[in-house]
Design a binder for this molecule. Sequence first.
Ligand SMILES: Cc1cc2nc3c(=O)[nH]c(=O)nc-3n(C[C@H](O)[C@H](O)[C@H](O)COP(=O)(O)O)c2cc1C
Length: 214
Amino acid sequence: MFRSLRKMLSPAAAIRTPEAHAMKLLHIDSSILGPNSVSRALSADIVARQVALHPGTELVYRDLASDTALHLTGVHLAARQGTPIEDAALRKDVACGDVYIDDLFAADIIVIGTPMYNFSIPSQLKAWIDRVVVAGKTFRYGANGAPESLLPKGKKIYIASSRGGVYAPGSPAAALEHHESYLIGVLAFIGLRCHRRSRRGYCARPRRARRGDC
Ligand SMILES: Cc1cc2nc3c(=O)[nH]c(=O)nc-3n(C[C@H](O)[C@H](O)[C@H](O)COP(=O)(O)O)c2cc1C
């Protein structure tokens, strides 16, 4: 009896239980290499696993390489202050930034595929960051000057990262690692703590590095 109860309460049983609240998963890719991309394959694996874990998950997919936001300009900043925009294309692009922020508010799980390009993230992903790290929307400065997140708490962030070189602490190129460290840092700045980082078979938790399944 107890054994069968234990079985019912096991994680495997939990996987099969339909969830009351449909999880919302935001999946972002930024590699320019389309179907040959390593980070896209990694992010797709993570998404597939999450969907299997949470039946009924609602997916939003943003392919930043094929649908790239423009670089931030003074017009974008002025628009945030309420200045009307004449140009229709720019108006659409500004609205796209608002959609990105809505995506972030809505998502329970966020999966970001990012290759390393020139020691950092792709510029397409940086353009996305410039649209979502917005004072007064996703964060604010608190009384002591420290940033405070304005996003709902409890989101799970997965980073699917790929790169050609080795940047482990102590390695010759360690000082050039502005890729995962930057992305994890800027997401944490707006209150999104990296849950797992997955890099071509290597997996690490922020505080406790380990190898294996991720
Ligand atoms: C434009 C470009 C720049 C790159 N810069 C670096 C780099 O600075 N350091 C590195 O280790 N690998 C670099 N690489 C290699 C990629 O990070 C590596 O091939 C990775 O697997 C690409 O991910 P993707 O297949 O998802 O695009 C670069 C590749 C490209 C295409």
